[in-house]
Design a protein around this ligand. Structure first.
Ligand SMILES: Nc1nc2c(ncn2[C@@H]2O[C@H](COP(=O)(O)OP(=O)(O)O)[C@@H](O)[C@H]2O)c(=O)[nH]1
Ligand SMILES: [Mg+2]
Length: 432
């Protein structure tokens, strides 16, 4: 079956033209859907959700029709003929937000729920969709506002003795109390960002280090060509796998090398390998056991950073013996030794990848985006500035508090710009 949803001020008229009389609100009725000539398009269920008790807050109708493309297209075409238009990505949810049905953090949780790959990510999205995240943020914003109001009242009436201003110590204490709440919100939102993350596990390294063999051992099939000749893998080879309960991609790349005898195609392959490493969720740097890291490997480590990387010592069955890390720049790089040939060490590598790529379990996480974390950070910074400004006078404190309040307002949509809304809703799928 397919569900075609129609929403907006003229929903009744348009739906009536196609399906006749509208059913009792929220009860399904069997109807024949007809085109302009009265010819039947399909027979299906019709549901009517009058404003304001619908997802968008406007009148909404659902046509439950047969799912074949010919039926759905005919229905859509006819809807447009009688006055509807195709929805923009995320437009239903955007309307819900504009009609006050959802705050902005809830609207974004809808997208997070659709994209959720794991149970933990879905649970975090549901908690945000229930409004927990937005309400916590709004509560903090309200406390900030309350302090501001008292301060400003103090400013306005400063000549009248009746109004007692807040003492400096008390004021600072209250602001720091608010910061504490913000930090807890930040912790749960950051966990949500982590839980929702998905991406590539990318293997890079010099030619002939056994990268493609490692890829095949990890995905359990001959996805990439393995050969003794250097430069065999030239393009990026990807293989979708389920990992730690989520969909990720294993990515094999061309060996990093340059100079004599390296043709244009291989140079392009190396460029793609570097790009794949830069965008990866986690990078495995393959180095044959017993060999030192070359300049190309070190430059990848510098670029990617040790937190996002595992050094994989390959071909341990050849008995090269690990040289260890002599380079002080590499402190903090996790190392795992494997043999794609014998399977030795693969389990340890998989455990490591689950740890870094499988995501946190996220017990009390709130689905959130990087933009939320950034706004929380800016709000916190403004509150600390306000604390420091207490000595300098109330006017400056009030200014910093206003800034904190605005930053929090951007999370739930109390403070928004057209540009921000456009950015958020354009990333939705069409029809949601
Ligand atoms: N003994 C042994 N040889 C390996 C192992 N992994 C790869 N090789 C060999 O090393 C050569 C290069 O392997 P390949 O996976 O194509 O390396 P890549 O160029 O880094 O992709 C091939 O001849 C492989 O058979 C391993 O774990 N043990
Ligand atoms: Mg290869």
């Amino acid at each position: 079956m397919a569900v075609v949803r129609l929403s907006g001020p003229n929903t009744q008229g348009i739906a009536g033209a196609i399906a006749g009389r509208l059913p009792v609100p929220r009860y399904a009725a069997l109807r024949t859907f007809r085109d302009a000539d009265g010819a039947a398009i399909d027979r299906g269920l019709l549901l009517y959700f009058p404003a304001p008790n619908s997802y968008t807050g406007d009148d909404t109708v659902e046509f439950h029709c047969h799912g074949g493309p010919a039926v759905v297209e005919a229905l859509l075409r006819h809807l447009v003929q009688v006055g509807a238009r195709g929805a923009e990505p995320g437009e239903f949810t955007q309307r819900a937000y504009l009609n006050g049905r959802l705050d902005l953090s809830q609207a974004e949780a809808v997208a997070a729920l659709i994209e959720a790959e794991t149970g933990a990510a879905a649970a975090a999205a549901l908690r945000s969709l229930d409004g927990e995240f937005g309400q916590a943020v709004d509560a903090v914003a309200d406390w900030v506002a309350a302090v501001r109001v008292e301060l400003e009242a103090g400013l306005d009436f400063s000549d009248e003795e009746a109004v007692e201003g807040l003492g400096g110590g008390e004021l600072r204490g209250r602001i720091l109390g608010i910061v504490e709440h913000l930090e807890e919100i930040h912790r749960r939102a950051a966990l949500g960002v982590q839980v929702g993350r998905t991406g590539d596990l990318t293997i890079v390294g010099a030619p002939n280090m056994g990268k493609s063999s490692l890829m095949n051992a990890l995905c359990g099939r001959d996805a990439a060509i393995v050969h003794a000749a250097a430069g065999t893998t030239r393009d990026v080879v990807t293989e979708p796998i389920r990992f730690g309960g989520r969909s990720v991609r294993l990515v094999d790349t061309a060996g990093l090398r340059s100079g004599e005898g390296v043709g244009d195609v291989e140079v392009e392959g190396v460029r793609r390998a570097r790009r794949a490493a830069a965008g990866a969720l986690h990078v495995m740097l393959a180095v044959e056991d017993g060999q030192r890291l070359d300049e190309a490997a070190e430059s990848v480590i510098r670029k990617v950073g040790v937190e996002r990387m595992t050094l994989v010592r390959t071909k341990t069955d050849l008995g090269g013996g690990a040289t260890g890390l002599r380079d002080s720049k590499l402190v903090g790089l996790t190392e795992v030794a494997v043999s794609a040939k014998t399977g030795e060490g693969l389990e340890a590598l998989i455990a490591r990848l689950e740890e870094v790529g499988g995501g946190a379990s996220g017990e009390d996480a709130w689905a959130a985006k990087e933009r939320h974390l950034a706004a929380l950070d800016r709000a916190k910074a403004a509150l600390y500035r306000a604390c420091r400004a207490v000595e300098g006078g109330e006017e400056m404190v009030a200014e910093d508090l206003r800034e904190a309040q605005d930053q929090l307002g951007e999370i739930t949509g109390r403070v928004t710009t057209e540009e921000l809304l456009g950015r958020i809703f354009s990333s939705f799928c069409i029809g949601k």
